[in-house]
Unconditional design. Sequence first.
Length: 146
Amino acid sequence: MEIILYLAVAVIALAFAILSIFLIKVLKSTNATLSKTAETIDSVQGQIDGLTKETTILLHKTNVLTDEIQENAAKFSPAFDAVKDTGESLKKLNNSFAKISHSFEKGVESKQGNTVKVANWGSTILGLWEQYRLKKSYTQSVKEDG
């Protein structure tokens, strides 16, 4: 029975040794994986640092460009105001012309009736004058004949 006990202890020791060997292999593999992960994180951190620097530079250039655009816009603001004022003046001028034209049209329409009356009177007077002249010439010819 003692032999069984020694054999059991030997089997346990052997199993523990095999388990330890596999555990060492797993830990070495895990260590290698963690090392690769650390290298990847360092690489990504470097890339992020580079992107951060580039983004900062780009943001600075954008701010400078924005300032320049605002300065140029301020320089052109009086010109834009002048164009706006000119447009408003032209609009007022057009409205004035429209009012004058409308007034003129109303005046012409109201006087058009008077013009027709004057033309009718003129035609009537001319007709009477023509009749008077014919009558006068007829009367003179009768006097000369008679």
